[in-house]
Design a protein around this ligand. Structure first.
Ligand code: AMP
Length: 220
């Protein structure tokens, strides 16, 4: 039996964590766990969780740690994570990182890697400003790379393409600031544990994906 592939995708908003995680899911068959997608889904369904977090999401803040830690604990205890997972968007604070380590201990997950994606901040603002998502399922498109435009039909399913509330420029700047101040220190925690693999996120989707595969195979 091969050992489970447990990955944490780490990096600022817009760096490509979601895109790369989805490709890892395709290649290795591991579930993509995106806390952002789970929360947006809850907002769309108007569930109790959704109502609680809607305002935070719209304004680009962070959902409280206790809510996030409870949520991720539930998801990681699901049987479909047995062969591994690509975690995208968690942890974003030190208490979340420590809580995740405790969950990993409980689930006997000893072998995991943090893939740190890096891209220059102005490039991130540009990328997020040109990001559109399918209103129906959240598939991501880029106005420049994919030649799509706001309110046009999704090339895959025909639903409308919209901009996420939190991709507006002032909100993007706030999210990047929160990343710098609160989330990036989490990296030092993982560096101490010796589990960080650094990836240059500036290249095309394919180039970044190839670099990730290379790093993972060298590390195996
Ligand atoms: P994302 O799609 O990962 O950029 O997440 C979208 C939004 O969901 C973030 O801007 C936060 O408001 C919220 N969120 C997602 N993951 C977390 C987390 N681990 N801790 C706190 N808030 C989160």
């Amino acid at each position: 039996m091969t050992s489970p592939l447990c990955l944490i995708l780490f990096g600022p908003p817009g760096v490509g964590k979601g895109t790369q995680a989805a490709l890892l899911t395709e290649k290795y068959g591991i579930p993509h766990i995106s806390t952002g997608n789970i929360l947006r889904d809850a907002v769309a369904k108007k569930s109790a969780l959704g109502k609680k977090v809607q305002h935070v999401l719209e304004t680009g803040g962070l959902v409280p740690d206790d809510v996030m830690i409870g949520l991720i604990g539930e998801v990681l205890r699901e049987p479909d994570t047995m062969n591994g997972f690509a975690l995208d968007g968690f942890p974003r604070t030190l208490p979340q990182a420590r809580a995740l380590s405790a969950i990993f201990d409980e689930l006997d997950i000893r072998d995991y890697k943090v893939l740190e994606l890096e891209v220059d901040e102005e490039e991130l603002v540009r990328r997020l400003g040109s990001r559109l998502v399918c209103e129906k399922d959240g598939t991501v498109f880029n106005t420049e790379a994919d030649g799509v435009s706001l309110n046009a039909p999704c090339p895959e399913c025909g639903a409308r393409l919209i901009q996420r509330d939190d991709d507006r420029e002032e909100t993007v700047r706030r999210r990047l600031e929160i990343y710098r101040v609160t989330t990036s220190p989490v990296l030092a925690y993982y560096e101490t544990l010796g589990v960080v693999l650094r990836v240059d996120g500036a290249g095309s989707i394919d180039v970044v994906q190839r670099e990730i595969h290379l790093l993972l195979s060298e590390d195996a």
